[in-house]
Every structure is written in structure tokens, then in C-alpha cells.
Design a protein around this ligand. Structure first.
Ligand code: FES
Length: 69
């Protein structure tokens, strides 16, 4: 799904930027140009960043739990 209409950036590209280390909106803008023009997509970008970081944290916790069990 396209999140940033101005630059044609998908949710998938934003999630990949987060997995590759983008930790905030500015990092995502640098990584994939989402949010670089009108800014209308910024709330959605921030939601995706939060959700992806939470998913990554849960995955890391699961790996840690498996490693210690
Ligand atoms: S919709 Fe993303 S910058 Fe305009």
C-alpha cells in the first residue's frame, strides 16, 4: 500500500527502512524519501515506525527466550 502519495513510497519500503536501522521519521525520510514533500503522510509513517519497532522487539524477545530455554 502506498503511504506517501507525493513520493510513491509504500508501507513495505518504510518497514524495510526501520528494519535497516531507521529509528525515527528523519531517518525514514533519508532512507526512502517518504514524508519529504507535503508531510501529510507523517502520522502514518510514525505509526508504521512504532509498529515495526514493536514487532522487532517482540521477535528479539522470542529469540532470547528460545536461546535461554
Ligand atoms: S504524502 Fe508523503 S510527503 Fe506528501
Amino acid at each position: 500500500m502506498i503511504i506517501c502519495q507525493c513520493n510513491g513510497v509504500s508501507d513495505r519500503a518504510i518497514r524495510k527502512a526501520v528494519r535497516d536501522g531507521a529509528g525515527n521519521r528523519n531517518d525514514v525520510v533519508r532512507a526512502c524519501t517518504a514524508g519529504m514533500a507535503c508531510g501529510g503522510c507523517v502520522p502514518a509513517i510514525e505509526e508504521i515506525i512504532d509498529a515495526e519497532q514493536e514487532r522487532i522487539a517482540r521477535s528479539s524477545l522470542t529469540v532470547l527466550e528460545l536461546a535461554t530455554s
